[in-house]
Design a protein. Structure first.
Length: 396
């Protein structure tokens, strides 16, 4: 019995040891789980928020750089929103041609037209030399007055002859008839003197009318030039912002002053040459801006007009030089003309060819005619290139 009791005690002790071992294992497992949880919490508390903060900071920095770049593109120094729109409209990233420059070019063309000079005209416009209408009106008056004088003489002669016949019928003699004829001759002479006096008066009136018309033309030219000085003054600040070369500004200003002096002298040829010299600087200004039309086409206009004006003064050497420069500039422009405007380009190409021929022939009249044809083709092609399509036109 004592042996059984000992075995029971021994089993209980062994069971207690096993329980203690199991408890120790559970405690060890719990400690391991606690350590693992603690490590996770440390990662969340220390590692994960730091990464989020870093990533958020990078995003904010990128966004700030992007917004700064947008603001820089949206507003550049010395540039207004309207100018940005003009740059977009120019098509090549450059600023659109300012209105002040267009006004200056238009004023110069108005001077040429006022003096009936070679300037391109719109379709249907008819150009007549100054004073022609006055001369035709005076001629018609003289012819009508001559007819009246002839009618008066015939009537006077008829009355005298009738008186002579009456005297003969009443028993008059040859002496009476001779006196009547003498009276008729005196009447005719008096009527002729009156007729000549009327013609002289009409001629004087025609000359006065032409003088008045010429004075009116020069008044118009002086007025245009005066307005041109104001337009040039308005363009100066715009040109300075664009960074225009000061030499170019001085050259244009000096040329404008020379044109003004020639206009006050009322010398048509000198004034036209001075106006064309002023126009020669216009293409250089247009080169600074963006446009669908190449500025070289304005050089072509200058050279055509220069050849015509020098032909007027029989300066054929300068006219030949202008035609040579004209062909060089045209060869550059011709290669940039779109395919849908090739017909207009061929017209101008042929007009330049014919202008060169008549200049070589030293013909003033044909040079003026062929030059005007070329000017009209230049104007038409310039409009078509500006609007990007064919435009109906042509002709003086």
């Amino acid at each position: 019995m004592t042996g059984d009791l000992q075995r029971i005690i021994s089993l209980l002790n062994e069971n207690n040891r096993n329980n203690r071992v199991m408890e120790d294992n559970v405690i060890e497992d719990n400690v391991m789980e606690d350590n693992a949880m603690r490590r996770c919490l440390n990662y969340i508390a220390k590692g994960k928020p730091g990464y989020i903060i870093f990533k958020t900071g990078v995003c904010i920095l990128i966004l700030w750089v992007f917004l700064a770049a947008c603001r820089q593109n949206a507003k550049q120094p010395g540039q207004q929103p309207g100018q940005q729109q003009q740059q977009m409209q120019a098509g090549d990233g450059r600023e659109k041609v300012p209105d002040q420059l267009w006004d200056i070019e238009s004023s110069i063309e108005m001077i040429f037209k006022a003096l009936d000079a070679p300037a391109a005209a719109t379709e249907g416009e008819q150009k007549q030399p100054g004073g022609q209408g006055v001369e035709e009106s005076s001629g018609d008056t003289r012819q009508g007055q001559g007819k009246q004088g002839q009618g008066g003489n015939q009537e006077s002669g008829g009355k005298n002859q009738e008186g002579s016949r009456n005297k003969e019928d009443g028993g008059g003699n040859q002496e009476g008839s001779s006196k009547n004829q003498e009276g008729s001759s005196k009447n005719q002479e008096s009527s002729g003197n009156q007729d000549n006096g009327g013609v002289n008066r009409k001629q004087g009136q025609g000359a006065a009318s032409r003088q008045t018309q010429q004075t009116s033309v020069w008044d118009e030219v002086v007025s245009i030039i005066g307005s041109l000085h104001y337009k040039w003054n308005n363009y100066i600040p715009v040109s300075e912002k664009k960074g225009v070369n000061k030499t170019l500004l001085d050259n244009f200003g000096n040329a404008l002053n020379i044109l003004t002096e020639k206009a006050f002298e009322k010398n048509r040829t000198d004034a036209l040459l001075a106006a064309n010299n002023l126009y020669s600087y216009i293409p250089e200004f247009f080169c600074l801006y963006g446009s669908r039309t190449p500025p070289e086409i304005k050089k072509i206009r200058y050279y055509v007009r220069n050849a015509m004006l020098n032909a007027m003064t029989a300066d054929w050497e300068t006219a030949d030089e202008s035609v040579g420069s004209l062909k060089t500039s045209w060869s550059q422009v011709k290669n940039s003309i779109p395919g849908n405007l090739r017909d207009s380009a061929r017209k101008l190409d042929f007009a330049i060819y014919e202008l060169e021929k008549v200049v070589k022939e030293r013909s003033r009249q044909l040079t003026d005619i062929k030059g005007r044809v070329a000017m009209s083709d230049i104007e038409l092609l310039e409009k078509e290139m500006e609007y990007g399509s064919a435009v109906e036109g042509g002709g003086m």
